[in-house]
Design a protein around this ligand. Structure first.
Ligand code: FEO
Length: 407
């Protein structure tokens, strides 16, 4: 097959894969993604930064060959930098080692066991482990390594092309989008930042404190000020790195908008109607509302909006003394994302319709409290809401909106 590479700087090429068809990645909904890899041609050695998801390497090979043709160099990869072990970046490592048996593979110490577990054929392979501060001279081009544990896996690592300040950040700063354009400034700003926010909310939120510590570390090392471009492993390349670095600071420190995200499900439309009326109360105070109906909507979209919301309204009918199952799903997910790591405490309002004994609110409140949410209000009604219930719902929405505007 024929696929073109993209030159992003002198001797540096994007050689990634466009996965147009991927719609779900372990529960994260998306409209395709890219597995970005980069070739760095030094005078003495050529390095491939990361590789791709199993079964998608034909595009990568085609782009790699195109880059070698454009550089007019013999087809030989000397170095592979494996910034992260997850299979969307390591799935073709064995192919490359087979094709270039003398290739040296550089990764963090934490990556070695992971790679050997993911890729059993490499159980006896000798990896070159690197740590923060180590460098590799390719001949006129220097790669510097920075361990980045839990951004987002224990093995994660950044690699910086020092002479021109290109940071190969792997998953950090990525976006799961698949477009014909490669750069940030070539696409719609809303799509770019919304995609980055979804990526942060679903993958980086639990590592928020680690991000702030890492930013301080690379600032102290003098690396941060040298970053001129961020080339992540998914989505668009940042030619304005400051924008996403600062945006990550806002998300990591829990900077929120005057915004409320509703997440609800319904059995016979009662909880649904309560959600809509509560939203009217919130909006009456000029506070933004986002609404997720879990019958149709996906948790990965809901948490994207929860990330920069000051409050979340969780609506669940009671079914057999318990929350509706879809609410259990998202509350477990919110627990895993550990919003406590962002330091801002979000308010939670629990509401819903019950038949007789109830029970959904209490169970959800216990779980959300341990997930770090401040339970600001719980409210339920029996069967079908009447006009008094609707009045209460409106007032609850209004009250919470007033409180978050003051906070
Ligand atoms: Fe894009 Fe953690 O893999």
């Amino acid at each position: 097959m024929k696929s073109d590479c993209l030159k992003i700087s002198e001797g540096i090429y994007w050689v990634g894969v466009l996965d147009w068809d991927l719609r779900d990645y372990h529960g994260y909904t998306l409209d395709g993604t890219t597995y970005n890899c980069y070739l760095v041609f030094g005078e003495n050695k050529t390095a491939l930064i990361d590789n791709v998801f199993p079964g998608t390497s034909a595009q990568l090979w085609a782009r790699v060959k195109d880059a070698f043709e454009k550089e007019g160099k013999d087809f030989k990869i000397d170095v592979i930098v494996q910034n992260h072990i997850e299979t969307d970046h390591s799935g073709s490592l064995t192919e490359f080692i087979k094709k270039f048996p003398e290739v040296e593979v550089y990764c963090s110490q934490m990556a070695v066991n992971g790679l050997k577990n993911h890729l059993p054929s490499l159980k006896d392979f000798e990896f070159n482990t690197v740590a923060t501060g180590d460098t590799l001279d390719l001949g006129g081009k220097t790669l510097a390594f920075v361990e980045a544990p839990m951004l987002h896996w224990p093995d994660s690592m950044f690699t910086m092309y020092m002479e021109e300040g290109i940071l190969f950040s792997n998953d950090a700063f990525g976006q799961h989008i698949c477009l014909s354009e490669r750069y940030d400034h070539e696409i719609d700003e809303y799509i770019l930042m919304e995609s980055a926010q979804k990526f942060y909310a679903n993958l980086i939120t639990p590592s928020s404190m680690m991000y702030m510590n890492k930013l301080k570390e690379i600032t102290d090392l003098g690396i941060a000020e040298k970053i001129k471009m961020i080339a992540p492993s998914h989505g668009q390349i940042w030619t304005n790195p400051e924008k996403i670095i600062n945006q990550y600071v806002d998300w990591a420190t829990g900077k929120c908008k005057d915004k409320v995200t509703f997440v609800y499900d319904t059995m016979h439309h009662s909880t649904q109607k309560m959600a809509h009326v509560m939203a009217e109360g919130v909006m009456s105070e000029g506070v933004e509302v986002k609404m997720y109906f879990l019958h149709e909507d996906n948790r990965s979209d809901a948490v994207t909006d929860i990330l920069d919301s000051k409050a979340v309204f969780i609506g669940s009918p009671t079914i057999m003394n318990n929350p509706y199952p879809s609410l259990g799903d998202i509350v477990y997910y919110l627990t895993a994302l550990n919003f406590k790591a962002t330091t801002y405490t979000k308010k939670a309002v629990l509401f819903g319709s019950k038949g007789w004994g109830g029970g959904a609110n209490n169970k959800l409140a216990t779980d959300l409290e341990s997930a770090g949410f401040d339970i600001a209000e719980t409210y339920d009604t029996i069967y079908i809401p009447n006009s008094d219930v609707y009045d209460d719902c409106y007032e609850i929405g209004k009250k919470i909106a007033k409180e978050i505007k003051d906070n």
